[in-house]
Design a protein. Structure first.
Length: 272
């Protein structure tokens, strides 16, 4: 056995494993929706808001490869949890495909919660038809805007920014006058840096898909540019949760990174 044949054999094993993983990721894992229930500590959160539950859906990417049934499954899973409030994190279609704007809104239409449904846009969404379709379903769409809800006698502000809004003065203007425990809704977790600089208590993001393809020993190669790829993290008093999302983009495959519906239970951040 020569070095050349060994290398060829290793290459063959690698190609075979990759093909098998891709097949599994296409046929099964991208449809294997997971429910994530986790606490979401927020600095300055009033004790009265402890236990408030936010349902979080993002990156549904309704398209030729992400069906109505796939989105409906996520909607049904979230509704079964009966959250107090629902947040939608953007990227409802792929590449602003107008053919799927109304179908995406239709798939999300059953979403309802006592404190409402709040949505922001992602980089794959247009700035006119997609927000209009979501608004028609009764959702509050924030485009560089703020809304306040009253829960258990306490105010809670949500500041939603466009994907392309990143300058510190722009975000500071939107945050000005909000309660200390306000939550920033930013499609990309890259806005964590600005949130930290502004002492924002909490951020909800998507965009990364959790990497979508997460390789053993290597990790999420496509998402290394982000400060947080998936899940909860806390940086200098700013809490962030990044959802893996529901759909896929570029390739209809997920590997070691199943789609996600998240339910976040708010609690005051305890500094240790």
């Amino acid at each position: 056995m020569t070095r050349r044949t060994v290398l060829k054999g290793l290459a063959g094993v690698g190609i075979g494993a990759a093909a098998g993983a891709a097949s599994h990721g296409y046929m099964y894992e991208r449809h294997h929706l997971e429910l994530t229930r986790t606490s979401f500590p927020i600095a300055g959160l009033p004790e009265a808001l402890r236990g408030l539950r936010i349902g979080f859906l993002t990156d549904i990417h309704r398209s030729q490869t992400v069906s109505h049934e796939a989105v409906s499954a996520a909607v049904q899973m979230l509704m079964a949890e009966r959250p107090d409030l629902i947040v939608l994190g953007g990227d409802y279609v792929t590449w602003k495909d107008a053919h799927y704007i109304v179908p995406a809104a239709d798939a999300l239409a059953p979403l309802a919660a006592p404190l409402g449904v709040i949505a922001v846009l992602g980089n794959h969404d247009d700035d006119r038809d997609m927000p209009a379709a979501l608004t028609a379903k009764g959702f509050t769409v924030l485009r560089d805007a703020r809304t306040r809800i009253m829960a258990r006698g306490e105010p809670l502000d949500f500041v939603g920014i466009r994907y392309w809004t990143y300058r510190l003065p722009e975000i500071a203007r939107l945050m000005r006058g909000s309660v200390p425990h306000a939550i920033l809704l930013a499609h990309t977790p890259k806005r964590l840096l600005e949130a930290q600089q502004l002492a924002v208590s909490a951020v909800l993001s998507g965009h990364t898909h959790g990497g979508q393809i997460v390789l053993p020993w290597i990790g999420a190669v496509a998402a290394r540019e982000f400060p947080v790829v998936a899940g909860y993290a806390q940086r200098d008093g700013t809490s962030i949760f990044v959802s893996r999302g529901v759909g896929t983009v570029y390739v209809p495959v997920r590997i070691n990174c199943p789609p996600e519906v998240a339910v976040l239970t708010l609690e005051p951040l305890t500094r240790g």
